[in-house]
Design a protein around this ligand. Structure first.
Ligand code: HQG
Length: 177
């Protein structure tokens, strides 16, 4: 059984398209574990043990269970409007955003926008940003003047897996590196 493939499918379900297996999320992004397992089991054999292994070994800690493991949600990355109750947090002075070369003209004009997701995703360091950017082609890295943004009233959140989130980054706060 290819758990990586199933993990990607779970990301799709818990962030973007729960209806793909006929389930729904509550307002805080939670899905019922029994419904998720049942939905995936219609496609291939899938058990609670496999789900627990996916959650435990995911390198980016993409998912969380509730305390008694009856509910599961994605920690971030949603396109559907759910409130995963992220704590607001003061960002470091500089954060990073990695993107593909093809988006640079548009970003330089419009700043960073969430596009398909609820938030713009920012990385704590340059190396991580490069990996994120490389998903979109030749990577380009921006420094984000997060400290200045926070001073001017922009809100930042940090997901449990270290990804920083904010609604938008106007171009004046971006420096290409
Ligand atoms: C770009 C992965 C044109 C933006 C990663 C990005 C991350 C613009 C793309 C997480 C733009 C959206 C998120 C503008 C932003 N004009 N393009 N004004 N503003 N963009 O995949 O940040 O594996 O939705 O630069 O590791 O690449 O899924 O966002 O290139 O943490 O857990 O629009 O996804 O994590 O692409 O990645 P995405 P992202 P997971």
């Amino acid at each position: 059984m290819n758990l990586t493939k199933t993990s990607k499918f779970i990301s799709l379900i818990l962030r973007h398209r729960p209806e793909a297996i006929g389930i729904s999320l509550d307002e805080h992004g939670w899905a019922r574990v029994d419904e998720l397992i049942q939905g995936i089991s219609k496609r291939h054999p899938f058990s609670m043990e496999m789900l627990e292994e996916i959650v435990r070994t995911d390198k980016k800690q993409r998912y969380s269970f509730n305390e008694n493991k009856t509910l599961i949600r994605a920690n971030q990355g949603h396109s559907i409007p759910v409130d995963v109750e992220l704590p607001e947090k003061k960002p470091p002075r500089i954060l990073y955003h990695g993107t593909g070369e093809k988006f640079v003209n548009s970003i330089d004009r419009q700043g960073l926008l969430p596009r398909g997701r609820l938030y713009v995703h920012l990385s704590p360091d340059e190396a991580t940003a490069k990996i994120v950017g490389a998903r979109h082609g030749k990577p380009v890295i921006y420094q984000v003047l997060a400290g200045e943004m926070a001073d001017q009233g922009f809100t930042f959140y940090q997901s449990v897996n270290g990804v920083w989130l904010t609604k938008k980054v106007p171009a004046e706060f971006l420096r290409k590196i």
